[in-house]
Design a protein around this ligand. Structure first.
Ligand code: AMP
Ligand code: ZN
Length: 458
């Protein structure tokens, strides 16, 4: 029975979708004003694995991941580089798709953009004003009145009085309460703007997700996700807006991914301690990054280091070594491996335990290989199938061994291998050794196997 941790109740719960067999999941997407870094990849890979697993278990999953294409950060960026707002949005949306595709993230079923949902946002704000949960401030901006919602703080598990005392009171603040947050902001000259009953302007960040998710899924849906930093204030505010606008429970299950950290700090744009996905892909095979990202449980922090990335590569090499040269076969059925893998994933998507089961399977393939190739192949097919549920191990083993070598001259490597093979045929051992040494100096190692010599990048 699948158990999932719910941030709202702070415990694992048996998963029960609203409609049996169907799952509606909304994950907050990227604000497209720069290239995505590995921290983004951490959260979206976590949800990618969750969605793959749910589908593998037979659920009909509708995955919605929005694009925040209107935001102060985008406007600031456009002003900084003197480019048009839309040019920035297009450029970084395209880059996000390329980078996410490279690390094997499934496309969401829908990718709504905030700017396409102005009407539902305006309608929700109008409802909130009518219900006395929002007001137009002196400066014309519209604010959500936090105090009018008695459950405010329920998701973040924070007491409203404590939040209040910590809130920053700004000079000339037009809010009635320091915790109130903006729903509609009037445009300053030269800012992008949309018409509304309160004047031309743009929505606040939080309202977009409440309006888009309920427009697509209805008032209540199964799962809402994002990184842990979104619990407060973004998701708390989304919940407040949606529940006071519709009167219904907004979301049944809230899921949050832990941070990718570097030197014990969250990898983030603002701290400047980030590596973009595209820069990392110049050095590492995409699958290595993906493997690294699932080595810790999705709710736990994950620590980035070059050593951890190397360990991910080594682990994948071991898996691909066990898959190499196996004949095609159907996955072995009814084995303990399958049961253990499913138990691990049913326990709140425990990928580290699931990977340890795949390791046991990989050892079993190596053990069987010498005495029963048919059984080895059937276990290999299962390893590949279960790897696919995590979005790994779908490559050709030799292609993987040679991956992550974009900066290496493959023609030169192949010429050196040919020279070495010829020298060996000629029994010119000195020349054969010289070619091997030259390859070693390029961090290329050779392996002579049953299907000939292959090279690996180290
Ligand atoms: P943003 O575009 O900054 O709103 O971030 C998009 C998503 O990436 C959010 O769900 C964030 O929580 C997530 N995210 C950003 N940085 C990290 C990080 N270092 N570790 C995990 N998730 C992150
Ligand atoms: Zn959101």
């Amino acid at each position: 029975m699948l158990q999932i941790y719910n941030s709202l109740t702070q415990r694992k719960e048996a998963f029960k979708p609203i409609e049996p067999g169907k799952v509606n999941i909304y994950v907050c997407g990227v604000t497209v004003y720069d290239y995505c870094h590995l921290g983004h990849a951490r959260t979206y890979t976590a949800f990618d694995v969750i969605i793959r697993y749910l589908r593998w278990q037979g659920f009909d999953v509708t995955y919605v991941r929005n694009i925040t294409d209107i935001d102060d950060k985008i406007i600031k960026r456009a002003n900084e580089i003197h480019d048009d707002f839309y040019v920035i949005v297009d450029k970084f949306t395209k880059a996000m798709h390329e980078d996410f595709g490279a690390i094997g993230l499934l496309l969401p079923n829908h990718e709504p953009r905030a700017t396409e949902f102005m009407q539902p946002m305006i309608a929700m704000i109008e409802k909130l004003i009518a219900n006395n949960h929002a007001y137009v401030a002196e400066n014309g901006d519209v604010y959500y009145a936090v105090r009018a919602f008695k459950n405010y703080g329920c998701l973040a598990h924070r007491d409203i009085e404590k939040l209040e005392s910590g809130a920053r009171v700004e000079i000339n603040d037009v809010k009635k309460d320091p915790l109130d947050f903006v729903l509609w902001k009037l445009a300053k000259p030269d800012e992008p703007k949309w018409p509304s009953p309160w004047g031309d302007g743009r929505p606040g960040w939080h309202i977009e997700c409440s309006a888009m998710s309920t427009s697509m899924f209805g008032d209540t849906f199964d799962i809402h996700g994002g990184g842990k930093d979104l619990i407060f204030p973004h998701h708390e505010n989304e919940l407040a807006q949606a529940e006071t606008a519709t009167g219904a429970t907004f979301v049944n299950l809230w899921m949050h991914a832990g941070f990718l950290q570097i030197d014990k700090e969250k990898m983030s744009k603002s701290l400047g301690n980030f590596f973009t996905i595209r820069d990392l892909l110049k050095e590492h095979a995409p699958e290595v990054l993906r493997y690294f990202l699932i080595t810790s449980h999705y709710r736990s922090p994950l620590h980035y280091s070059t050593d951890m990335i190397q360990q991910a590569r080594n682990a994948l090499e071991r898996f691909y070594t066990s898959l190499r040269d196996l004949p095609d076969a159907e996955p072995i059925a009814n084995t303990l491996f399958l049961e253990k893998f499913t138990n691990a994933m049913d326990d709140d998507f425990n990928t580290p335990v699931a990977l340890s089961v795949l390791f046991e399977l990989s050892h079993e393939i190596q053990r069987l290989r010498d005495k029963d190739m048919t059984a080895a192949a059937a276990h290999g097919a299962l390893l590949k199938q279960l790897g696919g549920v995590l979005g790994i191990l779908q490559d050709n083993p030799v292609a993987f061994f040679q991956s992550g070598t974009k900066s290496i001259d493959v023609t030169k490597i192949e010429a050196l291998i040919a020279a070495r093979n010829k020298a060996r045929t000629d029994k010119n051992w000195a020349e054969a050794d010289r070619a091997r040494d030259e390859l070693a100096a390029m961090s290329i190692i050779l392996e002579d196997g049953p299907s000939g010599t292959i090279w690996k990048a180290k």
